[in-house]
Design a protein around this ligand. Sequence first.
Ligand SMILES: *[C@@H]1O[C@H](CO)[C@@H](O)[C@H](O)[C@H]1NC(C)=O
Ligand SMILES: *[C@@H]1O[C@H](CO)[C@@H](O)[C@H](O)[C@H]1NC(C)=O
Ligand SMILES: *[C@@H]1O[C@H](CO)[C@@H](O)[C@H](O)[C@H]1NC(C)=O
Ligand SMILES: *[C@@H]1O[C@H](CO)[C@@H](O)[C@H](O)[C@H]1NC(C)=O
Ligand SMILES: *[C@@H]1O[C@H](CO)[C@@H](O)[C@H](O)[C@H]1NC(C)=O
Length: 654
Amino acid sequence: PLWLFLRVLPLFPMHFLLLSQIEDLGTPRSFSVDYRKDCFRKDGEEFRYISGSIHYSRIPRVYWKDRLIKMYMAGLNAIQTYIPWNYHEPSPGQYSFSGDRDLEYFLQLARDIGLLVILRPGPYICAEWDMGGLPAWLLNKKDIVLRSSDADYINEVDKWMGKLLPMIKPYLYQNGGPIITVQVENEYGSYFACDYNYLRHLTKLFRSHLGDEVVLFTTDGPGLGYLKCGSIQGLYATVDFGPGGNVSAAFDAQRYAEPHGPLVNSEFYTGWLDHWGSPHSVVSSAIVAKSLNEILAIGANVNLYMFIGGTNFAYWNGANSPYGAQPTSYDYDAPLSEAGDLTEKYFAIREVIKMYRKIPEGPIPPTTPKYAYGTVVMKKLQTISDALEKLSFSGPVKSMYPQTFIELNQVFGYVLYRTSLPVDCNTPTPLSSPLNGVHDRAYVSVDGVNVGILERNKVITVNVTGKAGSQLDVLVENMGRINYGKNINDFKGLVSNLTLGNNTLHDWIMYSLSIDEAVNQGLLDETTPTNAAQTAALSLPAFYAGSFIIPDGIPDLPQDTYIKLPQWRKGQVWINGFNVGRYWPTRGPQVTLFVPANILSTAAPNNVTVLELEEAPCSTEQCNVEFIATPILTTTVQSVCEMCRRRFKEDDFL
Ligand SMILES: *[C@@H]1O[C@H](CO)[C@@H](O)[C@H](O)[C@H]1NC(C)=O
Ligand SMILES: *[C@@H]1O[C@H](CO)[C@@H](O)[C@H](O)[C@H]1NC(C)=O
Ligand SMILES: *[C@@H]1O[C@H](CO)[C@@H](O)[C@H](O)[C@H]1NC(C)=O
Ligand SMILES: *[C@@H]1O[C@H](CO)[C@@H](O)[C@H](O)[C@H]1NC(C)=O
Ligand SMILES: *[C@@H]1O[C@H](CO)[C@@H](O)[C@H](O)[C@H]1NC(C)=O
């Protein structure tokens, strides 16, 4: 079978270049827009793409090939991917392009499998990704206007694109690579700034690095309101819209911006994103198939967003406004599940594509097997405050008023803010964030007893009691930066003052926590029981650890699995030091976390570390985590749809 053949195909850049040079001996490769015949032209021939979105940043590298081959076997002739700037430039001038970030390897795989690439390098990408892909360190300039002509923003964009685009250039179609089109910015018409000089600058910048030949395009909602600020001369305007609406009306909007040229839906939604606290999004295969058929029937180009969603490992999820964070899973109800499994939607889509294009013969790579490793007993390690010295690599910082994560030079995770009660609070006294400045959730304790949780937009006050001088700890969690709309300058930590009664709290000591590094270096110890009276409803944020062995004598282990944390409340999980993501089954809808086999070991016990922020189920009994073989993404939640991102209504159409 084809995919077995591909498995042994060497995938080195040298080989790739040779291959392309050999092919190039014939007609020169070209890709362009034909404004006369309203189509794309590839090597002179009329061409239409049927593409699917896959974000390499959400899939372990070892699975890229499997997912791409499944996409190829569905009948797609192209893929579309975003490049998240913050994934590749974690701090200014420090670039990362290896391992799971090996963009060039991803492009080579796509090409070798026979898929063209529609590249979306941003700089802003949205994507339900932390800060829409923009690096949080841009906020070092407090009042920066992101996605605009702001000189400091432009300066950083120029440097980043000066690194990225020359790397991309050899992979352009006309240079022998798979990239047929390159998107500039993303849904810019949905952003308040409407800065044409910014779009003009990006156009010039992309042209200067990539040349005049490559097709550059924009994507916006299918309404004049969006296209007005999102499209500009020199960039081919495309639209995005989901199933169930009036396809021809949506394309009428594109025709307003582009009277001639190919029709393109750059994001045809196969499913939808989730938020903590809202039900899991499900979109029926039937409605997806029906609208896809309508799009293909009129000869339009389409990209299915997502074809596979994947996972927001570690801290990479974004959030919408009013603040609602997205969970760890980015399953998206896409035709390939989070774990790459073939679904009914996959086959429904394949049947539709079959009516328009010859699809590859041969077997489809099967769904990867999952294994239920069973129950793992967890023992308690230190609390965050017990382990503070080990966790705070850079040492504490003192200041009169609280500083944000960025001021403390921290991007993700957790910061502990510590001060003391300025007055006796003999009766319950409100500890408040009057300006709603807890970004995003804070676990509050007085003298080592948890007194409650503050949460952005939801809980701005907890009552505390205690003597003057009692230690007040506020552990603040960054739950993911807003990725869409005008609030993307999303500072984290305590971004405004806390008050206690009528007093503004001051004289803070702040600990930036390097938890990932500490977990990786095995720095956390077992707890020494302090016998502190546990009368509080919640316990202190603390670490727990356990390990499990991959059983012998079963072929093909390790396999993928899902971790479930019964009766645990909210926190973060690492397996062998790899940050698997956030869990929050009490809020839902996601209950289990995807654990890819590549992080598991057969050579040594596998180490599970949990940071439970609220209350572990072990105060009275033994606590466990479980590894099971099927995902649970759909627990019932109270539907708080205030944060569901509104997209396009019929009124937005022409
Ligand atoms: C869809 O929109 C077109 C305008 O592009 C309109 O002519 C047609 O009647 C609409 N179809 C339906 C079913 O509303
Ligand atoms: C704080 O305590 C006061 C007085 O007991 C009570 O009225 C109020 O509801 C409490 N507030 C919160 C947020 O618990
Ligand atoms: C906190 O309050 C002080 C005194 O009113 C003020 O100077 C400072 O700007 C405030 N800090 C924040 C982050 O709001
Ligand atoms: C806060 O100040 C107001 C008026 O200045 C006073 O009435 C109130 O009792 C004070 N509250 C506390 C908790 O000290
Ligand atoms: C788990 O931790 C133990 C003890 O530190 C170590 O010996 C072992 O190699 C770790 N397992 C893996 C897979 O890293």
